[in-house]
Design a protein around this ligand. Structure first.
Ligand SMILES: Cc1cc2nc3c(=O)[nH]c(=O)nc-3n(C[C@H](O)[C@H](O)[C@H](O)COP(=O)(O)OP(=O)(O)OC[C@H]3O[C@@H](n4cnc5c(N)ncnc54)[C@H](O)[C@@H]3O)c2cc1C
Length: 501
């Protein structure tokens, strides 16, 4: 059933689901299929333009998301979860199709390419291949010229391509639409077009209060909060303080749908690059193409500026150069942006909390479209006290772990990815400048943020150089001095300190 916000929503429900992105809709779908009376509250698409699910490429990429850096316990656990989610996806989609009677476009197979725009592409492809082998997942190297639809600018020609036949994609719009229709058709579920302003204890045991913008306060014995990056905004301050959940941030992502584009029957993507999910083109229904995606992390949803020119320059400019130059002649049908929810420790947040009847599901970041069916099954199994389909490694009740030596890891990967970002769109730096600058930035960060005394000698030397040779040119010598300190192999001896002191 579909209610608009002027209707009373005061009938009794077993559970209120807050948020109608892929996570909330999938959970509501599973709950309603389990014969529970569900109220899904979410503003309709016109009133909420920054949901992640609609903006997503919806690649079902368990392996394509891997990088060579990801080998912490938490990262391995998430990979395992993604692989399991990928396995159950076809059956789950069949259930959604049957319950809704709607078509949901999918495509099968992903080509991951490596080219010179991504310094780490070769290492990342190697790492992806090794995990595919570990999981016995079919894959093969193919010649880049044999990738259907790949026709890049010569300067960005791919030098490697790895085909994963089992890694597909789904049309995010059609999937969300089908879930909505399935919920409307199910007599156990009701959708309310409204905004939740707060969830809180309901004044008596076993009761939760959900305050809405237009439909007043609604009570239920159970609440599942799935408002994506907006989760912090819908939990009252007093409840949030008691829950002690990790901070939820967002990574803004922009994407585009193209019509009249060259035929590209399978997803083509680069590995993840420069803090983002790399470039990708994903087939959509009616021969259209999805092109994505940017990623910029921020702490408050208000800081989002929507779609910016730099976002389009990246996805469309680099998309045409790196995938198919004929993309420039296609028609922009739609641009979208969304806020990918991510927790401060990067681990999704899924399942029951310490307060009976209060559940949360968010933080799926780049992989929520893929993980949604399994996330939903995990939540519903906890809800019904049933055997979970897999261990819930994202439970808010787990002790949140941090990897060993995180600052050094952050600095190394951060400085490297920062350099990759500043070169975009399309930029190459000559010689080994990228590596030099990476070393330089890393050292400056260490000086500014970490223990300053460890670089005292270097600081004094730089001061001395500026006093002894007060010429502008001394700055270059200091630069090389710094770079050499971090990475002596990146600086040729002739450059290391051209002004001698
Ligand atoms: C550009 C881009 C590309 C992506 N590509 C992929 C990909 O290829 N594969 C993949 O698996 N994942 C991908 N993702 C990630 C994926 O989209 C997210 O992990 C997932 O959509 C998160 O789902 P969600 O339901 O938690 O959040 P959202 O989709 O953001 O949904 C949150 C919902 O909460 C509702 N809401 C907000 N405030 C309120 C309120 N006050 N009251 C009630 N409801 C509220 C919103 O209306 C929205 O419906 C991508 C994301 C982006 C942005």
């Amino acid at each position: 059933m579909l209610l608009n916000s002027t209707h009373s929503a005061s009938s009794s429900y077993d559970v209120i689901v807050v948020g109608g992105g892929i996570i909330g809709s999938s959970i509501a779908f599973e709950l309603a299929e389990s014969a529970l009376r569900v109220l899904l509250i979410s503003p309709n698409k016109k009133n909420c333009e920054d949901g992640a699910s609609l903006a997503s490429g919806a690649m079902l990429g368990a392996y394509g998301e891997l990088t060579a850096d990801q080998d912490t316990l938490e990262e391995r656990q998430e990979l395992d979860f993604r692989v399991k989610a990928q396995k159950i996806y076809p059956d789950w989609l069949a259930r959604v199709r049957e319950a809704s009677g709607q078509q949901i476009f999918t495509s099968q197979g992903t080509f991951i390419i490596a080219n010179n725009a991504g310094d780490r592409d070769r290492a990342n492809l190697k790492s992806i291949k090794s995990k595919l082998e570990d999981y016995c997942e079919p894959h093969e190297w193919v010649e880049p010229e044999d990738v259907p639809g790949l026709d890049p600018n010569n300067s960005a020609a791919a030098y490697q391509a790895l085909f994963i036949p089992g890694e597909g994609s789904v049309d995010s719009f059609e999937l969300l639409n089908a879930l909505e229709v399935a919920l409307e058709k199910n007599s156990n579920s009701t959708i309310l077009d409204d905004k939740v302003v707060s969830t809180d204890f309901g004044g008596e045991e076993g009761r939760w209060s959900v305050k809405t913008e237009h439909s007043g306060e609604i009570f239920a014995p159970n609440v599942v909060v799935c408002a994506g990056a907006r989760v912090p905004e819908v939990i009252s301050d007093s409840l949030a303080m008691k829950l002690k959940l990790p901070q939820v941030l967002f990574g803004k992502g922009t994407s585009c749908i193209l019509a009249d584009a060259p035929p590209i029957p399978h997803t083509i993507r680069t590995p993840n690059r420069s803090f983002a999910c790399g470039l990708h083109v994903v087939p959509r229904s009616g021969g259209r193409l999805y092109v994505g995606a940017t990623n910029s992390i921020s702490a408050t949803a208000q800081m989002s500026l929507g779609i910016q020119p730099q976002d389009l320059l990246y996805i469309l400019g680099d998309g045409a150069n790196q995938f198919n130059t004929a993309l420039r002649n296609s028609k922009i049908e739609e641009t979208r942006f969304g806020l990918r929810p991510i927790t401060a420790d990067g681990i999704p947040l899924v399942g029951k909390t310490q307060f009976p009847g209060f559940f949360v599901a968010t933080g799926t970041y780049r992989n929520g479209m893929l993980m949604a069916p399994l996330v939903a099954q995990v939540v519903v199994s906890e809800f019904l006290n049933q055997e979970p389909p897999t261990e819930n490694v994202f439970s808010p009740l787990n002790e949140r772990r941090r990897s060993a030596d995180p600052l050094q890891r952050l600095l190394s990967i951060g400085a490297r990815d920062l350099m990759a970002t500043v070169r975009e769109p399309g930029g190459f730096l000559p010689y080994n400048r990228t590596r030099e600058l990476e070393a330089y930035i890393r050292l400056l960060f260490e000086m500014a943020v970490l223990d300053q005394s460890s670089h005292e000698a270097l600081r004094q030397k730089a001061n001395q150089m500026m006093q002894d040779i007060p010429l502008d040119e001394v700055f270059l010598s200091i630069y090389y001095e710094f770079v050499r300190t971090v990475d002596s192999s990146s600086v040729p001896q002739s450059n290391s300190s051209s002004l001698k002191i």
